[in-house]
Design a protein around this ligand. Structure first.
Ligand code: PLP
Length: 351
């Protein structure tokens, strides 16, 4: 045998995760869209009082307590909710359940790096539709591509703009396959496409606790769809995909909406300020409904700036990708972090 791996796996380049920085390091880490504020303080008591019996036993495969907490917040029935080991796991679950070969995967590009990776793993054919980057979905091309799965990030990533519900509704109505609306950034947005799951049996909305809830290290995400769609997806998820600690911590975080809303409000205020400050430095700044800003430096020397800031232990995101080579993606930090970043950008924008 020439390889231990299936040909599609052999051919994969794989994904390089962003550089890991240990907690407590002085680095300014604005490259992974983490929330700069700590998670809800109610979580500390959950961890301190953890009954070790939770660890001796297998966890609840249905994660009912966690799903109940989510159901209460969203005002939807329990059987409309699926939980995952991060939103990423749910993206895997959809691909595993729905895509293969000519049952292709469709998405606008540039977009979240996991979507192409999933199609390589299956493998499934993929159709990448150029994102016009004008704030509108390329609806006709997406419909023509006719995916078994169509992934839309809403609000958009990496540009950051919101996606109109009317456009998502039209897409849902015209697609015959599953429409995945990846709402990873919805906590920082002005609207949600949630009402569409009531209208369409082919729509699933995905969310994460990594960003709005400051819980990227916990690995929790959830999906909302009609029970019939979820029944198919549940067949392929790992039985015990949510560990006992994550379920308890996630439920506590969901119950503390006030705290999450407070942190989100601070991030949004900082986003407005940083956008203005960068515009004063003649950066082009894309309108954002997320916790990051996509920006273009006046000299278009994005990669040089990225490298220079890295020397100063300030980490932002640079994509070696068509359409993004002259741009930078900056996670919104605390006002203090943003100020340090701004000073770095001011210093380097003319190099
Ligand atoms: C961050 C992000 C995710 C991943 O969320 P996790 O819950 O941390 O796995 C998924 N989709 C998009 C578009 C993201 O930006």
């Amino acid at each position: 045998m020439s390889s231990y791996f299936r040909p599609n796996v052999e051919a994969m380049k794989g994904h390089t995760p962003s550089h890991y920085l240990k907690p407590g390091s002085p680095s300014i880490k604005l490259n992974s869209n983490e929330n700069p504020y700590p998670p809800s303080p109610t979580i500390r008591a959950v961890l301190q009082n953890l009954d070790l019996e939770y660890l001796r036993r297998y966890p609840d495969a249905n994660a009912n307590e966690l799903r109940q907490a989510i159901a209460a917040v969203l005002q939807i029935p329990l059987d409309w909710i699926i939980v995952g080991n991060g939103c990423d796991e749910l993206l895997h679950v959809v691909a595993r359940a729905c895509a293969e070969g000519k049952r292709q995967v469709v998405y606008p590009t540039p977009t979240y790096m996991l979507y192409p990776l999933l199609t390589e793993i299956q493998p499934a054919d993929r159709i990448e539709v150029a994102d016009p980057a004008d704030g509108h979905l390329p609806i006709e091309s997406l419909v023509a591509a006719n995916g078994a799965v169509t992934f839309i990030t809403a609000p958009n990533s990496p540009f950051g703009h919101g996606v109109a519900i009317a456009e998502l509704r039209e897409l849902a109505a015209r697609l015959t396959g599953v429409l995945v609306i990846d709402e990873a950034y919805v906590d920082f947005a002005e609207e949600t496409a949630l009402p569409l799951v009531q209208e369409f049996e082919n729509v699933i909305i995905l969310r994460t606790l990594s960003k709005g809830y400051s819980l990227a290290g916990l690995r929790l995400g959830f999906g909302i769809a009609q029970p019939q769609l979820l029944q198919g997806l549940l067949k392929v998820k790992d039985t015990y995909n949510i560990d006992a600690i994550a379920a308890l911590v996630g439920a506590a975080a969901m119950r503390d909406q006030t705290y999450k809303d407070t942190c989100v409000a601070k991030v949004k205020a900082s986003r407005t300020k940083l956008a203005q400050d960068l515009q004063h430095l003649a950066f082009r700044v894309w309108n954002s409904q997320t916790n990051f800003l996509l920006v273009e430096p006046p000299q278009k020397n994005a990669e040089q700036i990225f490298l220079a800031l890295r020397e100063q232990d300030i980490w932002i995101r640079y994509f070696h990708q068509p359409g993004l080579k002259d741009k930078l993606r900056i996670t919104i930090g605390t006002n203090e972090q943003n100020q340090t970043l701004w000073e770095g950008l001011r210093q380097w924008r003319n190099i």
